[in-house]
Design a binder for this molecule. Structure first.
Ligand SMILES: *[C@@H]1O[C@H](CO)[C@@H](O)[C@H](O)[C@H]1NC(C)=O
Ligand SMILES: *[C@@H]1O[C@H](CO)[C@@H](O)[C@H](O)[C@H]1NC(C)=O
Ligand SMILES: *[C@@H]1O[C@H](CO)[C@@H](O)[C@H](O)[C@H]1NC(C)=O
Ligand SMILES: *[C@@H]1O[C@H](CO)[C@@H](O)[C@H](O)[C@H]1NC(C)=O
Ligand SMILES: *[C@@H]1O[C@H](CO)[C@@H](O)[C@H](O)[C@H]1NC(C)=O
Ligand SMILES: *[C@@H]1O[C@H](CO)[C@@H](O)[C@H](O)[C@H]1NC(C)=O
Length: 356
């Protein structure tokens, strides 16, 4: 008899264990994601007859009550990292059944700070720098993602696998090799808690202050030869080169007097020719050639040649005309005078020959 009873109890408990508690107790919500210090609340409901149900929890336990279909667990300020609320029910026929409420307590970091671990001053190209992001008091670390950004662009993301549920401190490093294009760029790190679909949307995030980087580099021209077709008047040659610290300039041209040492980044010229500008800082030197062609001056030369040519032609023609005129004038003058004996003789001979 006792043996039979024992088996009945075993069967009953086994049956109830097999018959999942989820069919007897329904938790709403089934998973709770709460910010540390915030209000937490969940409902436990049942539709079976029982001798009492209640909530067990380190914060906000609810004493067993009879004849309840719904029992709410509420904590105005949740401060227990390891809270594990359990809703239990004493069935009329059978053992006590319980259901655990899964609670994730999260906390954004108190601070995120970013700093250089080397590279105290301005960096030069090809130098490698280590940036560090220090994160204080964040939980739970396994939902944490730390992102590095440079000017809106995400550079790196770090995940964590530890299962610690209490707040921890974390330090993340990023190695960078800045280029001239990174001069003045802002870096920052960002912490994000990816708490899943039950967590707040969008996921809570916190950013560090941005950190600017100064890169030193030698001058560089985007184009080291510039051909300018200049018209009338002065033109300005702009030799501004990208460099940090800024370049110092010198100009060189056959047409510039040696004595004139110009140090400005731009030069005003009014004559065609080649002008070379040298930009330099303590990291290097770059040269730029300006070739100034003057259409206007070429035309002048053309006009001078044409005018000279025309003048010569006019002179030649005039000379020819004068020469031609001079010859008949002398002849008619001779005719008006008394003919020389030789001239008469010639005429006479001609006459004679005609007669023949
Ligand atoms: C719990 O139940 C009460 C009463 O039905 C309801 O007002 C409340 O919104 C419920 N809470 C949750 C978290 O579902
Ligand atoms: C519920 O929580 C208790 C105490 O933390 C634990 O012993 C038990 O295994 C848990 N049950 C389930 C189904 O997770
Ligand atoms: C995190 O860092 C702060 C400040 O350095 C310190 O007070 C705190 O104890 C640290 N926490 C842990 C878990 O190491
Ligand atoms: C450089 O300047 C020259 C003359 O102005 C031009 O013909 C050439 O296309 C330029 N090159 C580049 C890469 O801009
Ligand atoms: C020369 O060019 C730079 C940009 O390349 C510009 O910032 C600067 O104002 C220019 N200087 C002059 C005198 O035009
Ligand atoms: C100017 O420079 C160009 C290119 O180097 C060269 O071909 C040309 O002969 C130079 N002109 C003068 C007047 O030096």
């Amino acid at each position: 008899m006792a043996c039979l009873d024992f088996f009945r109890v075993v069967c009953l408990s086994a049956c109830f264990i097999l018959r999942d508690a989820s069919e007897i107790l329904v938790l709403e919500p089934s998973r709770l994601v709460v910010e540390y210090g915030a209000k937490a609340s969940a409902n436990c409901s049942t539709n079976v007859n029982h001798n009492g149900m209640g909530w067990e929890a380190s914060q906000g336990p609810v004493d067993m009550v009879e004849n309840a279909e719904l029992l709410t667990w509420t904590v105005p300020e949740l401060t227990h990292w390891d809270i594990k609320p359990i809703c239990y029910i004493n069935l009329e026929q059978g053992p006590q059944t319980e259901k655990n409420l899964s609670v994730t307590v999260y906390k954004l970091p108190d601070t995120l700070s970013i700093s250089f671990k080397n590279c105290p001053g301005p960096v030069t190209e090809e130098e490698t720098c280590r940036l560090q992001c220090d994160i204080q008091n964040v939980a739970p670390v396994r939902y944490l993602q730390v992102m590095w950004y440079k000017q809106q662009f995400r550079m790196k993301t770090t995940h964590f696998t530890e299962t610690t549920i209490i707040p921890v401190n974390k330090s993340i490093n990023l190695m960078i090799q800045p280029s001239r294009d990174d001069d003045g760029a802002k870096y920052w790190c960002e912490a994000r808690l990816e708490l899943g679909p039950d967590g707040p949307q969008p996921p809570p995030t916190k950013k560090s202050d941005p950190l600017s980087i100064t890169v030193h580099y030698k001058p560089v021209f985007s184009n080291d030869t510039e051909i300018i077709e200049a018209g009338d008047g002065e033109i300005i040659l702009n030799c501004t080169a990208r460099a940090n610290p800024p370049s110092e300039y010198t100009w060189d041209a056959a047409r510039l007097e040696k004595a004139v040492k110009l140090s400005a980044s731009s030069l005003s010229v009014s004559r065609s020719g080649n002008y070379t500008c040298t930009a330099s800082n303590r990291y290097g030197t770059a040269k730029k050639l300006f070739i100034i062609k003057s259409k206007y001056r070429d035309n002048i030369v053309l006009w001078v040649i044409l005018t000279i040519g025309l003048l010569i032609a006019v002179l030649l023609i005039a000379g020819y005309i004068i020469h031609k005129r001079y010859t008949p004038n002398r002849r008619s003058a001779n005719q008006s005078k008394s003919p020389s004996p030789a001239f008469q003789r010639e005429e006479g001979e001609e006459l004679v020959s005609t007669v023949k």
